[in-house]
Design a protein around this ligand. Structure first.
Ligand code: COA
Length: 226
């Protein structure tokens, strides 16, 4: 998308900060740079609670549990802080997942020492009513396309609590291979984490031709990749 061009889902929405204009479009959904306008539309979902049942999917501290105090404020502050933290060793691109123009969740792409190693990781969630219909796999495929085709990544990592069947299945189905285990805490309790690794070669084997990237070039200097 040319700088200054309007987004397809809303006339006149264009930002002077390039990551907010980024879009990844697949036949089923769009990942759109998480502008404040889009975050606002997700607030009711976060306020209602993204997770309210075991097995708990989020590591500590998390603002996504139904009983997390001040959850929408903490969530907004975390996104704002993360958007503002961009340096050679760390950046995080926040995307709102749009289904027929409606925000239904988030899919983030995180570069850690990306300029040096080309490694990304990701984080995602969907509103409870939208899970289990293939959207999780589709949005991860979308963000991987951005990472490998758009930003030239060498490998993608992912991790999830070992009992998070949906997240671990998304990773396996997209060609990631198990990459060891570690531990983290959730709601104060230690639990095992399954780690995953997707190489560029494995991604190439199943590379999709129906995913469109918009606004990537304008983002490269922002991420120190020009
Ligand atoms: C993780 C998440 C984004 C996955 O999205 P989703 O749309 O539910 O997943 P999909 O429908 O694309 O399913 C992917 C695979 O998981 C399977 N799956 C989905 N939900 C499942 C469940 N509750 N139990 C077991 N398998 C499940 C699907 O059958 C599919 O398997 P397949 O590849 O063999 O067909 C979503 O479930 C979610 O938001 N969960 C809560 C937050 C979370 O866990 N975030 C990740 C933190 S690491």
């Amino acid at each position: 998308m040319a700088a200054g061009a309007a987004r397809a889902y809303g006339p006149g929405v264009s930002h002077s900060y390039p990551p907010l204009n980024l879009e990844v479009r697949t036949p089923r959904l769009t990942l759109a740079g998480a502008s404040d306008e889009l975050l606002e539309r997700l607030v009711p979902t976060v306020r209602a609670g993204v997770a309210d049942a075991e097995p708990w999917p989020f590591d500590d501290p998390s603002s996504f549990y139904q009983d997390s105090p001040d959850r929408e404020w903490r969530w907004l502050r975390a996104v704002w802080a993360g958007r503002g933290r961009v340096n050679e060793s760390f950046w995080r691109l926040y995307f709102v997942v749009l289904l027929d123009g409606e925000p239904v969740g988030m899919q983030d792409l995180i570069g850690v020492d990306f300029a040096k190693y080309g490694t990304v990781t990701s984080f995602s969630w969907l509103a409870p009513g939208h899970r289990g219909h293939g959207l999780g796999a589709e949005m991860r495929a979308a963000v991987l396309h951005l990472a490998f085709a758009g930003l030239g990544a060498r490998e993608a990592e992912s991790d999830a609590f070992a009992d998070n069947r949906a997240s671990n299945k998304v990773s396996r189905s997209l060609g990631y291979r198990p990459n060891g285990t570690t531990w983290d805490t959730r709601r104060g309790e230690a639990a095992p984490i399954q780690r995953w690794l997707l190489t560029r070669a494995a991604w190439e084997q199943a590379r999709r031709t129906d995913i469109e990237l918009l606004g990537v070039e304008e983002c490269l200097p922002v991420l120190g990749l020009a």
